[in-house]
Design a binder for this molecule. Sequence first.
Ligand SMILES: *Cc1c(COP(=O)(O)O)cnc(C)c1O
Length: 432
Amino acid sequence: MLAGMAANATPSGAAATSGMGKLALQGGTPVHTAKWPSWPRFNQLEEKALLDVLRSGHWGRGNGGTVKRFEAEYGRLLGAPHVVATANGTSALIASLAALGVGPGDEVIVPPYTFVATVNAVLLHRALPVFADSDLETFQIDPAKIEAQITPRTRVIIPVHMAGGAANLDAILALGKRRNIPVLEDACQAHLGEWRGQKVGTLGAAGCFSFQASKNLNSGEGGAVCTNDAALAESVYTYHTNGRSRQAGGDFAYQQTGANLRLTEFQAALLLAQMTRLEEQSKLRESNAAYLTRMLSEIPGVKPVKNYGGCTRSAWHLYMFRVENEAFAGVGKDTLLKALQAEGVPVSGGYKPLNKEPFLANEFRAKFWAALHGEREMRTWAERNECRVNDRLCGQAMWLTQTMLLGTREDMEHVAAALRKVQARAADLRRA
Ligand SMILES: *Cc1c(COP(=O)(O)O)cnc(C)c1O
């Protein structure tokens, strides 16, 4: 069935004679014509939960109990003794970095393959993000590249559990311990992900989660910090409510600088309802991802993400794979993406190298870094942050969303069939 689709796919006459043009790989009936699963999923459970908060009149955490209930339940789910809910994942990172004492002139080690929020949280504390290169096969930060980036200014290491798979926590936690540098896990994509049977986000000094609309656990916006450290949890709490500590008492007992980064009762109510669906949805993503990996592994030049042995469960927030364009008759990634999209498979090209974002270097120079550490150091920053493996990774990576992984087996077969069809056409066109 799958092979037949690829073999019967003949390019339209015009495309076949126009050489390797953009449209040459497209044409005919798309492999996938049905709708992909919708997101978010909800029913009367969410409707009732929201109405209950509405009618209670307690809409903020100050006079309601729903955020507190969510913190307790999420902590139970993860096995984390302390949880502070925040407005979003970005603010979870910002509050955690503040609690870990990060400030101007400090350095924080981050991966180049992540969402920009990981880096923005560092920049907003006027600290310098330093990039440690990626591992090509797992798409995660390469622990072997972290140590060389440590200096006396390094305050925190932030591994990101990219796509819900896990960064290599054995190596990173051991390094952090040996060099006495706290590890802050960016688990914003990794709800229910595990490292050696423990939930990611609970193994470092603290772990940050996001409940933004695209995430596997979703309240439109939302976030949380998890930690085993009671003092750190209190510090995060204080920062996230304008510097007012829980203990000091009184609405105007300011302890330190902070911001209002609180979650609302509505969001907490939604999260409690959505949490009842999380395990079942995660299981479906896992089984579809395993099925996809079996199929994609058989296509020449297609390399599904590999997870480390220690990653005993991936959250599969994204399904990532690499495409080696030599196996697609040398056709470039952007053209392949368009051809796959034309087959009804909404694949995306994923992140660009974050370490090369012009805004980064410009902001350091203009705002603070040059003033703190001099122009000379600015010039060496780009060199220091070269990430050659990540450049290659970004040139090959493709993503499917977690929502697509909630589809059927047949949907997964269509992803493989589309890749085979485009590959066969690329080969035909080279021969023509
Ligand atoms: C989504 C995300 C964030 C930020 O979360 P928001 O809730 O959108 O602020 C941070 N890091 C990573 C890796 C993410 O995917």
